[in-house]
Design a protein around this ligand. Structure first.
Ligand code: HEC
Length: 159
């Protein structure tokens, strides 16, 4: 599937902003120091970082479809959830550990960048990848995963 962040922006305004507010961290509902945010900020200084699993748009879409809008879950289509996920992940957020997490060569000699989730626009790129930042942000992600998996197999087959 390919995501459309403009659709996502319109849907977010309609379905989510009343609680989460348009720019996070919510309409004063988020309190630092509480054990659990009331309505969590989805971006901005209080939002999750680029190291978070939610920054993988496919994970975020799955959560949104299964749990949001709060109190009315499983009412969005997969496409709607995905469109909102990429819109949310497009917003500014604090820097995390994600770059370091993927910028290494793994024990079997394969660069970690090849094994990052296809929808995860962080970490070092793999040289020669035929995908633009836009492809990686908005999908479809299957061809990216397929290409990376083939590249892993090719590297493993080298003498
Ligand atoms: C009625 C208020 C309300 C609406 C509407 C709502 N949310 Fe939420 N949202 C919440 C609350 C409350 C939580 C915290 C839930 C929890 O901690 O279990 C939450 C949590 C989340 C989280 C998890 C964030 C984190 O860092 O833990 C995401 C992502 C999210 N909402 C996205 C959305 C999206 C996308 C929509 C629109 C489709 C939406 N929400 C609509 C109240 C709402």
């Amino acid at each position: 599937m390919t995501a459309d962040p403009q659709e996502g922006a319109a849907l977010y305004a309609q379905e989510c902003a009343s609680c989460h507010s348009q720019d996070g961290p919510g309409r004063g509902e988020y309190r630092r120091g509480e054990n659990r945010p009331r309505v969590p900020a989805l971006w901005g200084a209080d939002g999750y970082s680029r190291g978070a699993a939610f920054y993988n748009s496919q994970n975020l879409a799955g959560y949104i479809k299964a749990h949001m809008p709060f109190g009315d879950p499983l009412t969005l289509s997969a496409q709607e959830a995905l469109d909102m996920a990429v819109y949310i992940n497009d917003q500014p957020r604090p820097d995390g550990m994600a770059d370091q997490m993927f910028c290494h060569t793994e024990a079997d000699g394969i660069p970690g960048a090849l094994r990052k989730p296809a929808s995860w626009l962080v970490g070092c790129g793999y040289p020669g990848e035929p995908f633009s930042d836009e492809d990686i942000l908005y999908g479809p992600w299957q061809p990216i995963s397929d290409w990376r998996n083939a590249e892993i197999l090719r590297l493993k087959a080298l003498p």
